[in-house]
Ligand binder design. Structure first.
Ligand code: ZN
Length: 336
């Protein structure tokens, strides 16, 4: 059992969240509200029925529901409301800074203009109680040509996002499939991240580094299968954005007691804790910390390390980063 003091520490400590898909923060209540506002009919009779449909068994069955949920987003205000709802929750979890993934292709494929998507999400970030920036993700089950077209469409809004990422179905869609679009993004001065080593093999982590030149690995939990890769990730201070509840829900690990978070930390990896798709996977960032610390041999020293890692791995100006790291240190020195 998690003792009350550690629970309070995890909940109250300042933190950054670096792996959250904004479309994955859509709660069933908001999906229903937006469906009603927009006259969209849903294949579920009630909020409860929709919530029950969240009993998916793997990445693909999750993605099927995820895309159905996103279908209620039509206007700039819808994107704004979705993002504002997440940022409120993040503030309540003592998140100081969040880097939000968004999937323009999920929306442009439905005839929504990329301008509507970016402006709605970005405007909510401007009004946010926490610092927030955006990372445009390409859907890896689609072609590289489609990714390139998406990036070109987004260039007029270049000042509204800080990087690009790669998400959706991993297996069968290795990073090297997107070599050219990542090179283009790099030339535009964008930060680069990619999902790798969640369901896919450690070799995908390696090609994300070597071919795409990413600065962070999203998930990356399967790196432990390759000791040479672990040594490299440690040497290069490569951050991993780990999402414990997501990993259990999508059966990367059967139960939280088997999660390798503690082993990743012991190996010296720059691990962070994040929520991935909080509405779908059973919780926001603090729920992820609490679930992992409840099931694994982790204490306040690990909490401090994870909080520090989250700011160190963020795409922030050095001065801002130092200020938040100092806040973490102050927080932990005060509770000792
Ligand atoms: Zn993800």
């Amino acid at each position: 059992m998690l003792n009350e003091e550690l629970r309070r520490t995890l909940t109250a400590m300042p933190k950054a969240e670096l792996h959250i898909h904004i479309e994955g923060s859509l709660e069933p209540e908001l999906i229903f509200e937006l469906a009603q506002r927009n006259g969209v009919s849903l294949p579920y009779p009630s909020v409860e029925a929709l919530r029950q449909a969240y009993a998916f068994s793997d990445l693909q069955s999750f993605l099927d529901i995820y895309y159905a949920g996103a279908s209620v987003l039509l206007t700039e205000q819808d994107f704004y409301d979705m993002t504002a709802a997440y940022l409120q929750r993040a503030a309540a979890d003592n998140v100081r800074h969040a880097e939000l993934f968004f999937d323009p292709q999920t929306h442009t494929a439905r005839g929504i203009a990329i301008e509507t998507v970016i402006n709605g999400i970005w405007r909510a970030c401007q009004d946010s109680p926490v610092s927030a920036s955006l990372i445009l993700c390409f859907l890896r089950h689609l072609s590289e040509e489609e990714a390139i077209a998406t990036l070109e469409d987004a260039i007029p809004y270049r000042d509204k996002f800080i990087g690009v990422g790669l998400d959706s179905s991993e297996v069968g869609h290795p990073p090297e499939k997107f070599a050219r679009v990542f090179e283009r993004a790099r030339n535009l001065g964008l930060h680069l991240v990619a999902h790798a080593g969640e369901e896919g093999p450690p070799a995908y982590i390696e090609s994300a580094l070597d071919v795409l030149n990413v600065e962070r690995i999203d998930h990356g939990v399967r790196c432990l299968e390759d000791p040479a890769l672990v040594a490299r990730l440690v040497r290069e201070h490569m951050a991993l954005t780990v999402c414990p509840l997501s990993n259990i829900k999508l059966r990367v690990f059967d139960v939280m007691g088997q999660h390798n978070l503690r082993r990743l930390l012991d190996a010296g990896l720059a691990v962070t804790v994040n929520s991935d798709d909080p509405a779908y996977f059973g919780g926001y960032v603090n729920d992820n910390y609490l679930a992992a610390f409840e099931a694994l041999p982790l204490d306040a020293s690990h909490a401090r390390q994870l909080a520090r890692n989250s700011f160190n791995a963020a795409f922030l100006e050095p001065e801002q980063k130092r200020a938040w790291l100092a806040e973490v240190d102050r927080f932990f020195s005060e509770i000792q």
